[in-house]
Design a protein around this ligand. Structure first.
Ligand code: F6R
Length: 609
């Protein structure tokens, strides 16, 4: 979704703003703009479409000149994505420029009030209202005007603001939208995302909701919601800029698929000490675990699918019932959650608005909250009682891959850890299963190696089909859900996942000559059952692309094509089985000439409801 950035220092701001915006492109956007303070006046440039349009307009950042400024990539909410609605927006008197990520819910009432006072609006956006409101509140004190205006706003927002009367200062405000302040030498920054700042500084301050940052050339002051200065810890970004670059790969998605063995290892290895799972990062004691009679996993999209997969391992090993809920539905369901519930909140970005709202609802109802999150310092990480970080490094492609597999392995680790604490697994089985989890990086590598050459050929065969089905049972069905989402979001092919046994209750009517059916057959206990479902669809003309291990002769004999993975313990098999499905979606999208890293209509971090 929208990305904002701000800079003040002694070098030209525009190139830094544009570079930061380019590093946030992956968040999703449809227009971009910058505003720079130039000798006491604000100059704005904005352009609809890709950042290259803005680069052209600004002569690659040579214009506008000036040492402080703000920038924005917009994912349209209020008003069409055009030059007028693009940010930055400027107050009527030209004194303030503002960029905004989020939604101001009460903007219409404020707009009416300001219109009655003579303010004239040029755009359809909620953001322009904030620019005029700051102007209305201004009596010569920048900070006071910002604070007064913000106290009137309802909704979720992160703002960056400049004022022509304060040439070396940029203001940032955070309320329920991500915002990070970067500390440099003689220059300082803020941005929605650390990827925008990491080539300039590794020292950052994570703002909390309601906080303001006065970012000056000579330092930064953070204020609480009533204007008192607050001391904030400075955190170090743990990864380098190379991690956020393509490193020779054609797309970030392919790079991130290939990075999975290392990412999964990084998520597992530091948490195994002396043959035991040690989760230093949380204190879910045995007593707390014994108090839990239900686990609710809540998430959106692929993170929800990670929950659907992880549920099997958690239930099997701990015998605690697990419900997996879509975060966007959760809080409207009058959920049955109390102090005996453990809620596991799964989110790569840690900023997904629906997931965060589900967390808040769970907290309100008294649940213990464990978050599985990739982005360090993100809102969800900070709101949860316990956090397991994925340590997957930056994920830039919109379609998640390593974010998903690292979520999965943390769910597996949690399952085994809890089973041990609850005495639901004996020492021998514990050691065996831990060995299985530790072998996942190797198996994932094996799954990549087995498919890297063959899947591009399969993609050539299947890329022009209008519709595909993905089937499987239990763990295989959970993987099928993720495989079908990957296929539709990046290749734009209609793809449905069905529990294999459910097809004959209606959906099988859609199978006709040549319909591709991807059959996931990695759950050893259910191979024969899925084999019958393969025969059912084949009898109706389907072309079956099976996903299984070499030992599974039966399914290989029935299928038209096969993608192989190494045989893996059933409850951890999803992390391996998903690999060929990611590769299949990638190469089908490539064969169809799709914009793989930035699929249409999608944003990386969905910060609106
Ligand atoms: C799909 C995808 C999305 C995300 C979803 C949740 O490839 O990436 O479905 O999984 O938007 O995002 P996070 O995990 O950031 O909460």
């Amino acid at each position: 979704m929208c990305g904002i950035i701000g800079f003040t220092g002694s070098q030209n701001a525009a190139p830094i703003l544009l570079d930061g915006l380019s590093r946030m492109e992956y968040r999703g956007y449809d227009s971009a703009g910058i505003a720079v303070l130039n000798r006491g006046a604000i100059e704005v440039e904005k352009a609809q479409g890709r950042l290259t349009n803005l680069l052209e307009k600004t002569d690659n950042g040579k214009r506008p000149q000036g040492f402080a400024g703000i920038g924005h990539t917009r994912w349209a909410t209020h008003g069409a994505p055009n030059d007028i609605n693009s940010h930055p927006h400027v107050s009527g008197d030209g004194r303030f420029a503002i960029v905004h990520n989020g939604i101001i819910e009460n903007y219409a009432a404020i707009k009416e009030e300001l219109t009655a006072k003579g303010h004239v609006f040029v755009s359809e956006t909620d953001t322009e209202v904030a620019a005029h409101l700051i102007e209305e509140c201004y009596t010569g004190d920048f900070k006071a005007a910002v604070m007064k205006a913000v106290s009137r706003l309802e909704g979720a927002y992160a703002f960056g603001i400049i004022c022509s009367d304060f040439p070396g200062t940029v203001f940032a405000v955070r309320q329920a939208a991500p915002l990070i302040v970067g500390l440099g030498f003689g220059e300082n920054y803020f941005a929605s995302d650390v990827t925008a700042l990491v080539s300039y500084t590794k020292n950052v301050i994570y703002l909390d909701d309601g906080e303001f940052a006065e970012v000056r050339t000579d330092g930064v002051t953070i204020y609480d919601s009533i204007g008192r200065p607050v001391e904030k810890p400075v955190s170090k970004i743990a990864w380098s800029i190379e991690a956020a670059e393509k490193g020779g790969y054609e797309h970030f998605m392919l790079k991130e698929i290939v990075e999975q063995p290392a990412a999964v290892k990084e998520a597992i290895a530091p948490r195994i000490k002396g043959g035991e799972i040690v989760l230093d990062d949380f204190d879910l004691t045995e007593e707390k675990l014994r108090n839990i009679n239900k686990i609710v996993i809540t998430a959106c999209g692929s993170a929800y699918h990670a929950g659907c997969c992880g549920r099997y391992a958690i239930e099997k090993l701990t015998r605690i019932p697990v419900e997996v809920k879509l975060a966007s539905e959760f809080r409207y369901e009058d959920p049955i959650v109390d102090e005996h519930t453990l809620m596991i909140i799964v989110s790569q970005s840690g900023e997904t608005a629906d997931t965060k709202a589900a967390l808040e609802e769970g907290k309100r109802l008294g649940a213990e909250i464990l978050a599985i999150v990739n982005v360090v310092g993100s809102s969800i990480a900070r709101l949860a009682d316990h956090v397991l970080y994925e340590w997957a490094g930056p994920e830039i492609a919109v379609a998640t891959t390593k974010g998903f597999t690292t979520q999965l392995v943390l769910l597996y680790l949690f399952a085994l850890y809890a089973a041990k604490k609850l005495d639901r697994v004996d020492d021998f089985e514990y050691a065996r299963l831990l060995g299985e989890i530790c072998s996942l990086p190797k198996r994932i590598q094996n799954a990549i190696d087995l498919n890297m050459v063959s899947i591009p050929r399969l993609a050539e065969k299947y890329h022009d089909r209008g519709s595909m089905f993905f089937i499987g049972r239990n763990t295989d069905y959970a993987v099928a859900l993720e495989g079908s989402l990957k296929m539709k979001e990046i290749s734009y092919i209609h793809a449905e996942a069905y529990a294999a046994g459910e097809l004959k209750h209606g959906t099988i009517a859609l199978i006709e000559e040549g319909t591709p059916v991807v059959a996931v057959c990695c759950n050893e206990d259910l191979l024969e059952k899925t084999a019958s479902n393969i025969l059912e669809v084949k009898a109706r003309g389907a072309e079956v692309l099976a996903l299984s291990f070499r030992e599974n002769r039966d399914i290989i004999a029935h299928a038209d094509d096969v993608m192989f993975v190494p045989k893996t313990e059933t409850f951890f098999s999803e992390a391996v089985a998903v690999i060929p499905l990611q590769l299949l979606a990638y190469y089908v999208a490539k064969a169809n000439g799709c914009d793989i890293d930035k699929p249409r209509n999608l944003a990386k971090s969905v910060t609106v409801e």
